[in-house]
Design a protein around this ligand. Structure first.
Ligand code: ADP
Ligand code: ZN
Length: 209
C-alpha cells in the first residue's frame, strides 16, 4: 500500500506523505524514519514549530537504543543550518507551515543523494492548497495521500474542518491561527463546511423572501 521507494543507493529522492489532520502522516513519517534507523542510515528529523500539538506530542523514533526526536524549526533555512554533512535521510513533519524555501532545499538535498521525507497537510481548512505543499507534491518522486475517518459520517475524510466555538470557521478566517482558540475535525467533502460572507447574505435574502 504505502509506497516505499527503492532506488540505487547513490541517488537521492523526495517522498511526500500528505493528507488531512489525523490521517496518520506523523505515524507514517516516523515508521519510515524507524526503518531508516534499522537500515543504519544517518537520519535527522525536523518539525515546524507552529504545530500547536508540539508541546504534548513529541515525534520520536527509536531503534536499538538510538532515539531520534524531531527538532523544532520555523524556516527552511533553520533546517539547512542544522543539517550535518553526512546525513542520509531527512524527515520533515508539518511541512505545510514552512516557507517556499523548503522546495529548493528538498530538491538540493535529493540532488546530493539524500532521501527526503516530508509529511504535511496538503489543504488548509478551506480545502485549498496549503503553503509549499503543491510544489512539494509536484517535485516529489513518491506521493502518498492518506485519509482520516470523517467524524460525522464515517467515510474517508479528505478535509480539515476548522471549528471556532464549536461552529464551522468562515472562509475569510486566517489560514494559520495562532493562539489555539480553534479546533479541528477530519471530515469528508460532503460534511465539510466553510461558510462565506456572500452565502450568509444570500441565505438572509432567501429568508426575507
Ligand atoms: P496526522 O499526522 O496526519 O495529523 P497522526 O499520525 O498524528 O496524524 O495521528 C493519527 C492517529 O489519529 C490515528 O492513528 C488515530 O489513532 C487518531 N485519530 C483521531 N481522530 C481520527 C479520525 N477522525 N480519523 C482517523 N484517525 C483518527
Ligand atoms: Zn462525512
Amino acid at each position: 500500500m504505502i509506497g516505499e521507494f527503492h532506488t540505487p543507493s547513490r541517488s537521492g529522492w523526495i517522498e511526500v506523505v500528505s493528507g488531512v489532520m489525523f490521517s496518520g502522516k506523523s505515524e507514517e513519517l516516523m515508521r519510515r524514519v524507524r526503518r531508516s534507523l534499522i537500515a543504519k542510515r544517518r537520519v535527522q528529523v525536523f518539525k515546524s514549530h507552529l504545530d500547536a500539538r508540539y508541546a504534548g506530542n513529541h515525534l520520536v523514533a527509536s531503534h536499538d537504543g538510538r532515539t531520534i526526536e524531531a527538532v523544532p524549526v520555523d524556516t527552511a533555512e533553520q533546517i539547512s543550518h542544522a543539517l550535518l554533512p553526512d546525513t542520509q535521510v531527512v524527515g520533515v513533519d508539518e511541512a505545510q507551515f514552512l516557507d517556499a524555501g523548503i522546495v529548493d532545499l528538498a530538491t538540493m538535498l535529493a540532488g546530493r543523494g539524500v532521501r527526503v521525507i516530508l509529511a504535511g497537510t496538503d489543504t488548509d481548512f478551506r480545502g485549498e492548497p496549503f503553503g509549499p505543499m503543491p510544489q512539494l507534491l509536484a517535485v516529489a518522486e513518491v506521493v502518498d495521500k492518506l485519509h482520516a475517518i470523517c467524524v460525522l459520517c464515517g467515510n474517508p475524510a479528505s478535509r480539515n474542518q476548522r471549528l471556532i466555538e464549536g461552529r464551522p470557521a468562515r472562509y475569510d478566517s486566517p489560514t494559520i491561527m495562532v493562539g489555539g482558540q480553534e479546533s479541528y475535525e477530519a471530515r469528508c467533502r460532503g460534511c465539510h463546511s466553510v461558510p462565506r460572507k456572500d452565502e450568509d447574505q444570500l441565505q438572509l435574502q432567501a429568508l426575507r423572501g
